[in-house]
Design a binder for this molecule. Structure first.
Ligand SMILES: [Zn+2]
Ligand SMILES: [Zn+2]
Length: 298
């Protein structure tokens, strides 16, 4: 995990990988598997005061993460070390896993839950045998998984900025964490905003939520706005009027296929798997992967 205090990147530079991570997670866990993570880690479970014994406390918080991610036989052993990174985990066959935390966490205990959420999620993905090629993408998969399955709101809450210092944990930008948490909130009917102690985390969540809501208003979804619908109708005329025209993925993510009947494909707003439906007006479709029911106007 990247060290805190480095310059904080903003916006949505990793959005495509984040979205691919959501799809990969649904594919690997299935709808029923994802739904078992309906409850997030509770703030009280990871509270860690300066009066608590350091080593007992850190093991307790690690056990909270292990339990949350349902790794019943995994034993996580946490130690502290001076290092450049914030934290590190050794991925072995188990059942024992060794996590090292940067020594600075000894005096920044309130972020230990966030650091352990990320590292234990590495163990979880390792055991699921779910990985993306390359360190960068794999770290994005790890943060996305932690956030989507209810342990990662702590990672966004660890983001704090004031006039003299800034700190952030994880590889996603604060806004991208906000996006994944908002995706979770929309799918699970949960509001993580009440748990944030950092005002910057709250703002980043609001920005992520706006992008997540925009996903639900793209054509051919019936909830799309006037401008989107107009563009969609124009694209449809062009795509279906010329049988030689190759299917093109537009900015909104939909693509037409000629044939009888002609079809349109677009990403599911919940899991981002592509859905294919006939072009024939108002209809209701159901995503085969995450089971979201979608009102469409194709
Ligand atoms: Zn990592
Ligand atoms: Zn879906």
């Amino acid at each position: 995990m990247r060290a805190p205090g480095s310059d904080v990147e903003h916006g949505f530079p990793h959005l495509e990988t984040v979205r691919a991570a959501l799809t990969a997670l649904y594919r690997r866990l299935s709808y029923d598997g994802v739904r078992t993570y309906g409850l997030s880690v509770a703030p009280g479970d990871v509270a860690f005061s300066d009066q608590d014994d350091l080593y007992l406390g850190v093991q307790r918080v690690a056990r909270v993460m292990v339990r949350h991610l349902r790794l019943p036989d995994a034993r996580v052993i946490v130690s502290f070390r001076e290092m450049r990174h914030a934290a590190n985990v050794e991925l072995t066959a188990g059942p024992e896993y060794f996590i090292e935390l940067n020594s600075r966490f000894k005096t920044h205990r309130r972020d230990i839950g966030a650091a352990l959420a990320h590292e234990v999620t590495h163990v979880y993905l390792h055991r699921l045998d779910l990985a993306f090629p390359g360190t960068r993408d794999n770290e994005i998969l790890t943060d996305t998984t932690a956030a989507y399955l209810g342990a990662g709101w702590l990672l966004l809450d660890a983001y704090r900025e004031d006039s003299v210092s800034s700190q952030k944990l994880g590889y996603l930008t604060p806004e991208e964490f906000g996006y994944v948490l908002a995706k979770r909130a929309l799918a699970f009917g949960e509001d993580p905003a009440v748990w944030f102690t950092s005002p910057q985390a709250y703002e980043a969540y609001a920005e992520g939520l706006a992008v997540a809501r925009r996903d639900e208003r793209q054509p051919p979804l019936a909830a799309s706005g006037w401008a989107g619908r107009r563009r969609y109708a124009r694209d449809r005329r062009w795509a279906l009027g010329d049988p030689e025209a190759p299917p093109a993925v537009g900015a909104a993510g939909y693509a037409f296929e000629t044939g009888s009947p002609p079809r349109v494909s677009f990403p599911c707003p919940t899991c981002r798997q592509r859905i294919r439906v006939p072009v024939r007006g108002r209809m209701r479709a159901r995503c085969g992967l995450c089971r979201t029911v979608l009102e469409c106007d194709t």
